[in-house]
Design a binder for this molecule. Structure first.
Ligand code: BGC
Ligand code: ZN
Length: 368
C-alpha cells in the first residue's frame, strides 16, 4: 500500500513509499484495531521533518512514513476489542509509551525518557498511508457529527493539554479565577487556543504579526475575541491596554516572543509554551526586568508537548461544544485540501508557500 515518507537526515526527500498492508492481528492478544485513513492534517513539524531538521525512521527501515494528525474509520477489530467497532470514526494519538513511570500510568506525553516514540515523527511510522493498525488504548472515537472536523482533533489535543496544565498549576493559588488571556500566534494552534479559552469564558486577546483583516483575524473575531497585530501594538503595550493577562498561551515557536511573554504576563499569571522551533537562535533579552517581574509577581512558565488520550477525549467534548456555540467555525480552519497521497509535492508546497493556509490536509480517501 502507498505511504508518504521521508529519508530522515536527507532534506527534501519526501516520496511515495510502499508499505505492506497492516493486519488486525499485527497487534497481540486480539487487541488490534485496523483503521482506514480518511484524512491527515499536516503542520510545521511535517515541514521540518522534510527539511531533515527533525524525525527518525523506525528500526529496520531507512524511511519514515510522515503524518501525525489522523482521521479515519475502523475497518476491523480483534476479538478482545470492546469499545470500538467497524464503521466508527476515530483519531489515533501520536506518542507511544517508553519506560518511565509517567509512561507506565498512561501519561506518555510526560515521559522522562530521552528517546520518545511518536507516530509520523520519531521512530514510528505515521498515518499518511492507506491503513494502520494499533491498540485501542491509542484510538479515540469521534462522533459522526464531528466527522468534517475530526482531523483537527490532534492539534486540539495539544491545546487542551497546555490549558489543562495551566489550570492544574494554578491550583497553587487556591482561588484562581482567570479573566483575561492572551494567545500569541494565530496559526492553527493559536486559533484553537483562542477557541478553548473562549469556551472556558475568558476574555481573549490574540496577537499575531499580520495586520488585519485576514482570515485568521476574522476567525478570532468570530469567537468574540480581540485580534491585535504586533506590527501595530507590541505585546507589552497590549498587556497594558487589555491585561493583566492571567494566562498567556504561546504558539509561535519564536524564542524572543517567549521572553516578551514572560514580561507581559500578569501577577500570579501562567505562561504556557507550546511552540517549537528546530532552530538554534540566540536572543538578547532584558533579563533583570524579566526576573524581577517573575519573582515579585509569583509567575509561572510551563512547557507543554504532545497529548495523551485524556486530552483527545476532552478535545472531542470541546469540539462538540464549539459546533453548538460557534457553528461552522471549525470547518473554516480546513482551508487547503490536497487530493490523495499522490499529491504529496503539492502538500509540501502549500505548507511552505501558502501564507494564507490555516490547515493543509490530505484527503486520503475521496469521501468521508
Ligand atoms: C505534534 C505533537 C508532538 C510534537 C513534538 C507536534 O507537531 O503535534 O504531537 O509531540 O510535534 O514532536
Ligand atoms: Zn503537530
Amino acid at each position: 500500500m502507498k505511504a508518504v515518507a521521508v529519508l530522515p537526515g536527507k532534506p527534501g526527500s519526501i516520496h511515495l513509499a510502499d508499505l505492506p498492508a497492516p493486519r488486525v492481528d499485527d497487534v497481540p492478544d486480539g487487541r488490534g484495531v485496523l483503521v482506514e485513513v480518511l484524512r491527515v492534517g499536516v503542520d510545521g513539524t511535517d515541514k521540518e521533518i522534510n527539511d531533515a531538521e527533525y524525525g527518525a525512521a523506525p528500526e529496520g527501515y531507512d524511511f519514515l512514513v510522515t503524518g501525525h494528525e489522523s482521521f479515519g474509520r475502523v475497518l476491523e477489530v480483534g476479538p478482545n476489542v470492546r469499545d470500538l467497532e467497524p464503521g466508527d470514526y476515530v483519531v489515533a494519538t501520536v506518542r507511544r509509551p517508553g519506560t518511565s513511570i509517567y509512561d507506565r500510568i498512561g501519561t506518555y506525553d510526560m515521559t522522562t525518557d530521552s528517546t520518545y516514540f511518536e507516530r509520523g515523527i520519531n521512530l514510528r511510522h505515521g498515518y499518511l498511508t492507506e491503513r494502520y493498525v494499533d491498540d485501542p488504548e491509542y484510538i479515540v472515537k469521534v462522533p459522526p457529527a464531528l466527522k468534517e472536523v475530526g482531523v483537527l482533533l490532534e492539534p486540539t489535543s495539544v491545546v487542551e493539554k497546555g490549558i489543562e496544565q495551566a489550570y492544574e498549576i494554578q491550583r497553587r493559588l487556591k482561588v484562581w479565577k482567570p479573566e483575561r488571556a492572551a494567545v500569541v500566534g494565530a496559526g492553527t494552534l493559536g486559533l484553537l487556543a483562542t477557541l478553548i479559552l473562549r469556551l472556558r469564558g475568558l476574555e481573549v486577546t490574540t496577537l499575531a504579526r499580520t495586520k488585519p483583516p485576514t482570515l485568521n483575524s476574522e476567525l478570532v473575531e468570530a469567537l468574540d475575541a480581540r485580534y491585535v497585530s504586533t506590527r501595530e501594538v507590541a505585546l507589552l503595550e497590549a498587556a497594558e491596554e487589555y491585561g493583566p493577562f492571567d494566562i498567556i498561551f504561546e504558539a509561535t515557536g519564536v524564542s524572543s516572543v517567549v521572553f516578551e511573554s514572560m514580561e507581559a504576563l500578569g501577577r500570579n499569571g501562567v505562561l504556557v509554551l507550546t511552540g517549537i522551533s528546530g532552530g538554534d537562535h540566540t536572543v538578547e533579552v532584558p533579563g533583570d526586568r524579566i526576573m524581577l517581574g517573575f519573582v515579585l509577581g509569583n509567575k509561572v512558565a510551563v512547557g507543554s508537548v504532545n497529548a495523551n488520550r485524556t486530552y483527545f477525549e476532552r478535545g472531542v467534548q470541546d469540539m462538540a461544544l464549539a459546533t453548538a456555540q460557534y457553528p461552522g467555525w471549525l470547518e473554516c480552519l480546513l482551508t487547503h485540501p490536497v487530493q490523495g497521497l499522490d499529491n504529496y509535492e503539492e502538500m509540501i508546497r502549500l505548507l511552505t508557500e501558502e501564507r494564507d493556509a490555516v490547515k493543509v490536509f490530505v484527503e486520503v480517501k475521496g469521501r468521508l
